[in-house]
Design a binder for this molecule. Structure first.
Ligand code: ZN
Length: 72
């Protein structure tokens, strides 16, 4: 089975699951790989149900508490 988002093939897990993850709401009825689940689908769900996430743009300027954080 191929990922509905990136098109890569979805790997079978060690416990034999080969259908990947639910890709909704990004792809209606779609299935996606673990990478897309973590980087695309979960953020999309959060943005959909938690309006504050939509505005969340961490930066050194707007969030002084992250001043020493080098990950951006
Ligand atoms: Zn994918």
């Amino acid at each position: 089975m191929d990922c509905s988002i990136c098109g890569d093939s979805i790997e079978t897990t060690w416990f034999g699951w080969s259908d990947g993850n639910n890709a909704e709401p990004v792809v209606e009825g779609g299935r996606c790989c673990d990478t897309c689940d973590m980087t695309v689908v979960i953020p999309a769900r959060l943005a959909r149900y938690v309006p504050a996430v939509r505005q969340y743009k961490p930066s050194k300027e707007t969030y002084p508490e992250f001043r020493d954080y080098k990950g951006f």
